[in-house]
Design a protein around this ligand. Structure first.
Ligand code: ACO
Length: 454
């Protein structure tokens, strides 16, 4: 990390009002974004912890990969605006950019694309792992298992402290994710696996391995290829989101990188994160008709109802999600190319967007549609089943995960991730012998299943 990012004359003072003691801490400045108070070893000095559930005000690391300004709706990969990358670049180039920090020259790009293609096959033995799953398994469950299993194939010979081997691990995982993702789907529908083709691009191969049947020639539709490539670009990285932070935390102990990526996939799966694209589609199908929108808007606003409008709101973007604007455009392009402009689900989505954006509740809380709101509609039009949506997100995000893992391992300041806690449990107490414990009925299980003490 560049030395000049820390201005030593810039300080922030914290005052302990109990005794008036002042603690001066340096302010760290990045290239863009707000400064951060350096509270390393603050506990050792002041004897107090900082409390920040969900890390809403905590910078867990320094990173030079992605910048987000949530207020302004800005997203930059290595300094380049997402809008420019999505319209003028392609996914392979974006992968190179995220991994190496610079856009490739034509020769570098050709070599990179070729090298990735040389790693798309998965070990024949790994094929057997799929067969251990039930055909009804969710493809994300298969992804967590099979990607985790890759660690068994690349463990002894992966020295994570060797930069070349870190890069090799990155190439391997980026190349193999479409193969594993497509097989996870094919397995659940009972279709035979098809091998990747080196004459196809990354997105073409993903479509080919997912949808082709051995008895027919498969030519991917260029409009769909472009749209899928764009979806992969938009999902490639998003700084310290839940799954990326999970990969970093898992990797901070020196764990195998494929196992760390598997941990990231697990984190992505949840509906508050990558699972939202699937949840959006389910929600739209449940609403079913424009006339029922007010009922669902009312439910989203009702604090006693756990229902939330899926695809709305974002932890960081308190303005429009810039990826959503690009995806909205792509959505129309794809539906027009496929002749699905009158898709009732799209009409419903547009009406829902309009109603929510005019509603005081959503305006006040700055709840705008996020990228998942439109991605689900596009992927559905392309023929992907709902259960594959988060898998596609995982494939696109893999480069981000592995770029962050590499950055963390090579950062001399990085340490094993080990947050502290504010303990609110029972104070120390003596062990109670069995015969002296209160009779059952005194406690109820609800205490342990939520709603009880925390
Ligand atoms: N529908 C209804 N109300 C919402 C929604 C929503 N989708 N999102 C937030 N709110 C409300 C909350 O109830 C809260 O209201 P309150 O202040 O009256 O209590 C307020 O807005 C702030 O919400 P938080 O939960 O504090 O916001 P947070 O930043 O923690 O959550 C999140 C962000 C998880 C994305 C949330 O907006 C959400 O659950 N959205 C739906 C799921 C979704 O689309 N996730 C995709 C995220 S993008 C991605 O992963 C690519």
């Amino acid at each position: 990390m560049a030395e000049n990012q820390t201005r030593t004359n810039d300080r922030f003072t914290l005052i302990d009002e109990r005794d008036g003691k002042r603690y001066q801490r340096p302010l760290l400045h990045g290239t863009l974004g707000p400064p951060a108070i350096d509270i390393r070893n603050f506990y050792g000095e002041a004897g107090v912890l900082t409390y920040d559930p969900g890390f809403t005000s905590t910078a867990s690391c320094k990173s030079a990969i992605t910048f987000i300004d949530g207020e302004e709706g800005v997203l930059l990969y290595r300094g380049y605006p997402i809008q420019e990358l999505a319209t003028q670049s392609d996914y392979m180039e974006v992968c190179y950019l995220l991994l190496y920090g610079e856009l490739p020259s034509p020769e570098e790009k050709a070599e990179f694309v070729n090298d990735i293609k040389r790693h798309t096959l998965i070990h024949d033995q790994l094929m057997h792992f799929f067969r251990g799953f039930t055909r009804a398994a969710h493809p994300m469950a298969i992804m967590v298992g099979v990607v985790g299993a890759l660690s068994a194939f690349y463990h002894e010979d992966t020295d994570i402290y060797d930069p070349e081997q870190r890069m090799l691990a990155a190439y391997r995982i980026i190349a193999k994710m479409p193969t594993i993702g497509a097989y996870a789907y094919r397995y659940t529908i009972g279709r035979p696996f098809v091998y990747p083709r080196n004459d196809f691009s990354y997105a073409e191969n993903l479509l080919y391995m997912t949808f082709s049947v051995p008895s027919e020639e498969y030519r991917p539709d260029p409009v769909l290829v472009r749209a899928l490539d764009r979806i992969l670009i938009l999902h490639a990285d998003h700084e310290q989101n839940a799954s990326t932070s999970t990969v970093r935390l898992a990797g901070s102990s020196g764990a195998n990188p494929f196992a760390c990526i598997s941990a990231g996939i697990a984190s992505l799966w949840g509906p508050a994160h990558g699972g939202a694209n699937e949840a959006v589609l389910k929600m739209l199908m449940e609403i079913g008709d424009k006339r029922r929108i007010p009922e669902y808007i009312a439910r989203a606003k009702d604090k006693n109802d756990p229902f939330r409008l899926m695809g709305f709101g974002h932890r960081v973007y308190k303005n429009y999600d810039p990826r959503a604007a690009i995806m909205r455009e792509t959505c129309y392009e794809v539906l027009e190319a496929l002749g699905h402009e009158d898709d009732p689900l799209l009409e419903l989505a547009m009406e829902l967007e309009k109603v929510a954006l005019q509603d005081e509740y959503f305006i006040e809380r700055k709840l705008y549609p996020n990228v998942d709101f439109y991605t689900g509609i596009v992927l559905r039009a392309m023929g992907f089943p709902t259960r594959m949506f988060t898998v596609l997100f995982a494939i696109g995000r893999t480069v981000g995960w592995v770029a962050h893992w590499k950055e963390m391992i090579s950062d001399p300041e990085s340490k094993i991730g080990r947050p502290r806690q504010l303990y609110v449990g029972a104070p120390q107490r003596p062990f109670v012998p069995m015969e002296k414990r209160p009779a059952p009925g005194h406690r109820t299980w609800s205490r342990f299943w939520g709603g009880g003490e925390k």
